[in-house]
Design a protein around this ligand. Structure first.
Ligand code: NAG
Ligand code: NAG
Length: 521
C-alpha cells in the first residue's frame, strides 16, 4: 500500500518534470544558417513549455519571457573575414575544407565561448541550475562540459546527417564500406578506390584525434570548464567520460535525402524541424508578382553566408543579361541594386525563402546547396540547381542530383551560359519537378512531424534522467572484443598447440612403428 503510494507520487513528479524544465541550448557558431537551426530548437522547446536559456551570437527576435539569451556576439570577430567570400572561393582558396583546420577552429571557438563574460556569469553562479543541455556538435565535444557543470543529461544536435564521428560516441563508428565522411565528395555505393579512401579517412581522423585534437580539447575542458564543476563541490569527470555519456543525438536530416542506415535507438531524425508548419504569407508586392508570373518564377539565392555583392562585375552583368533573355520571372536575392534591370528580373534584398518556395508558380530554386536550403526545397517539393561553394554543399548537391531533383553548375567566372542551359533543362523536363514532389511525399509521410518528434524525445530524456535504457550495448564493448580478436588469439593458440601435439604424437607413433618393424626383422 505504502509502496504504491510512493510510486504514484514519484510517477507524478516525473510527469511534472516534463512540463516545464530548464533547458540550456548551446549554439555559439557565428554562422546565420547554424543559428537558424538553433532558433528552431529554441522555438520548439518554448512551444513545449520549457524555460530556455540560449547561448547565441545572434539575437532571437521577439523573445518571449520564457527565453533568456546569453549574447556571445563577440565570437563573430573570430571568423577570418575572407573565409567565405565568393571571390576568394572562385579564385581557388578552399581553406575551410580542411578537417584538421576546422577542428582546431571549432576548439578555439568553444574556448572563446566559455571565456565570454556573459557565459562566465552563468557558469560561476552557484544558483544557476539546468535540467538538460542541448548543444550543437561541430567538431568539438567541449560543450559536453556544460552538462558536467550542471550535472544533467546532454543531447547533441548534428546539423548534418549522422556520421561516424558522432556515432562512435553512442554506438560505434559506421562502416566506411557503405557510409562516407562528412567532408567526403563520394556518395555510396562506393567503388574500390572510394572505399579504400573512406577507410583511410576514418583511420587518419582517429589517429589525429587520438594524438592531437582530443588532447587540445581535453586541455581546454579541464582548464576552463572543469573548475566550475569542482566549484559546485563535485569531482569533475574527464572529457573522455563525457564524450561517451550522451543521452541522445538528433540529426538534422531524414531518409528522404540521407541514406537509410541502421542506427542506435538514441539517435532520431528531426530534419525539417526548423521549418514553421504554418507558412507565413508573402509580402503584398511579392505575392502579386508571383501570382501574376504567367510562365512561372525562378528564385536565385546564394544563402546568407555568401554575399553576392562580392561577385565580379562581369559575372553580374552577364547574369543580368542572361536572366533578361528568359521568359520567366526571376527573383534574385542580392544585397545591392543593379542598374538597367530587364523587366522580368527583380532584385530583393531580403527574401522570405520558405514562403517563396511554397508558392505554386515557383519552377526552380537556384541555390548554393546548403543543407537548410536543400531541406526546404524537399519540404516544398521544388527542383533545384545547385552551385555549391564550400563544405557539405558539394555532397548535398551531388546527392540531390542522384535523387533526380537537381542539377549542378560549377561556380566560375564564366558559368552564365551553362547556368542558362541548365535552367531551361530543369524547367522544361517535367521529371525534375515530379521527383521533387515525390521526395516531398516521403518527407511529410511520417507518424509525427519532426518538431513534435524533437519535443517528445527531449521530454523523454527529461522524464527518465538521461534515458540510459536507450543506450547501445555496443558502447561499452572494446574494439578487440567486437572484432573477436581475443577469440582469434585463443583459437590461434589452441590450433598451434594441437598442431604441435599432433605432430609430436605422429613422430612418436612413427618411431614406435619403425622400432617394432626393426624388431620383427
Ligand atoms: C573546393 O573543394 C571541393 C571539394 O574538395 C572541390 O570539389 C571544389 O572544386 C573546390 N573548389 C575550388 C574553387 O577549388
Ligand atoms: C552521465 O550522464 C548522467 C545523466 O544523463 C549523469 O547523471 C551522470 O553523472 C553522467 N556521468 C558522468 C561521468 O558524467
Amino acid at each position: 500500500m505504502e509502496k504504491t503510494k510512493i510510486c504514484w507520487v514519484l510517477f507524478s513528479i516525473m510527469l511534472a518534470i516534463g512540463d516545464a524544465s530548464k533547458i540550456l541550448v548551446v549554439y555559439p557558431l557565428p554562422s546565420r544558417s547554424h543559428a537558424n537551426l538553433g532558433d528552431g530548437i529554441v522555438r520548439n522547446m518554448l512551444k513545449a513549455g520549457h524555460e530556455v536559456t540560449y547561448i547565441t551570437p545572434y539575437e532571437y527576435k521577439n523573445a518571449p519571457s520564457a527565453l533568456r539569451q546569453i549574447d556571445v556576439s563577440s565570437l563573430l570577430d573570430l571568423l577570418p573575414k575572407d573565409l567565405m567570400t565568393l571571390k576568394s572561393l572562385m579564385e581557388g582558396k578552399n581553406m575551410s575544407l580542411h578537417a584538421l583546420f576546422m577542428s582546431y577552429m571549432m576548439t578555439e571557438m568553444s574556448k572563446a565561448m566559455i571565456q565570454n563574460e556573459n557565459v562566465q556569469k552563468i557558469l560561476s553562479d552557484p544558483n544557476e541550475k539546468f535540467d538538460l543541455v542541448i548543444a550543437e556538435w561541430m567538431m568539438s565535444e567541449i560543450p559536453a562540459g556544460f552538462a558536467a557543470v550542471y550535472d544533467c543529461p546532454l543531447i547533441w544536435i548534428s546539423s548534418v546527417e549522422i556520421h561516424w564521428m558522432l556515432l562512435q560516441y553512442i554506438d560505434q563508428p559506421s562502416n566506411p564500406a557503405f557510409t562516407v565522411d562528412i567532408m567526403s565528395p563520394y556518395t555510396p555505393p562506393l567503388n574500390f578506390i572510394q572505399r579504400a579512401s573512406e577507410l583511410w579517412t576514418q583511420i587518419k581522423h582517429m589517429v589525429l584525434n587520438y594524438l592531437i585534437l582530443d588532447r587540445i580539447q581535453d586541455y581546454v575542458y579541464s582548464s576552463y570548464l572543469a573548475p566550475f564543476v569542482e566549484q559546485r563541490g563535485r569531482k569533475a569527470p574527464t572529457l573522455h567520460e563525457l564524450r561517451y555519456n550522451v543521452s541522445m543525438i538528433f540529426s538534422n536530416a531524414y531518409v528522404d535525402t540521407s541514406s537509410a542506415l541502421s542506427l542506435p535507438q538514441n539517435h532520431k531524425y528531426i530534419g525539417g524541424y526548423h521549418i514553421d508548419e504554418k507558412v507565413k504569407p508573402l509580402p503584398e508586392d511579392l505575392q502579386k508578382l508571383m501570382d501574376g508570373a504567367k510562365n512561372g518564377v525562378i528564385y536565385f539565392s546564394m544563402g546568407s553566408n555568401l554575399k553576392s555583392a562580392d561577385m565580379p562585375d562581369e559575372l553580374k552583368a552577364s547574369l543580368v543579361k542572361m536572366f533578361g533573355s528568359l521568359k520567366y520571372t526571376v527573383l534574385w536575392k542580392f544585397e545591392e541594386v543593379l542598374p538597367n534591370l530587364p523587366s522580368n528580373l527583380h532584385i530583393i534584398k531580403w527574401a522570405p525563402q520558405q514562403s517563396i518556395l511554397a508558392h505554386p508558380n515557383l519552377r526552380v530554386f537556384i541555390t548554393h546547396g546548403g543543407l537548410l536550403s536543400t531541406t526546404e526545397a524537399v519540404h516544398f517539393g521544388v527542383p533545384i540547381i545547385g552551385i555549391p561553394v564550400f563544405g557539405d554543399q558539394f555532397v548535398n548537391v551531388h546527392r540531390a542530383e542522384i535523387r533526380g531533383f537537381a542539377r549542378k553548375v560549377d561556380l566560375s567566372y564564366t558559368m552564365t551560359d551553362e547556368l542558362k542551359k541548365t535552367i531551361l533543362e530543369v524547367v522544361d523536363d517535367k521529371r525534375y519537378a515530379e521527383k521533387a514532389k515525390e521526395l516531398a511525399v516521403i518527407h511529410h509521410d511520417r507518424p509525427v512531424k519532426p518538431g513534435d518528434e524533437l519535443i517528445h524525445w527531449v521530454n523523454h530524456v527529461l522524464r527518465t534522467r538521461g534515458a540510459p535504457h536507450l543506450r547501445s550495448p555496443a558502447l561499452g564493448v572494446p574494439f578487440y572484443q567486437k572484432m573477436f580478436l581475443d577469440l582469434a588469439v585463443v583459437l590461434t593458440i589452441v590450433l598451434t598447440l594441437s598442431y604441435i601435439l599432433l605432430k609430436r604424437a605422429w613422430r612418436y607413433y612413427r618411431s614406435g612403428k619403425s622400432k617394432s618393424s626393426k624388431k620383427n626383422n
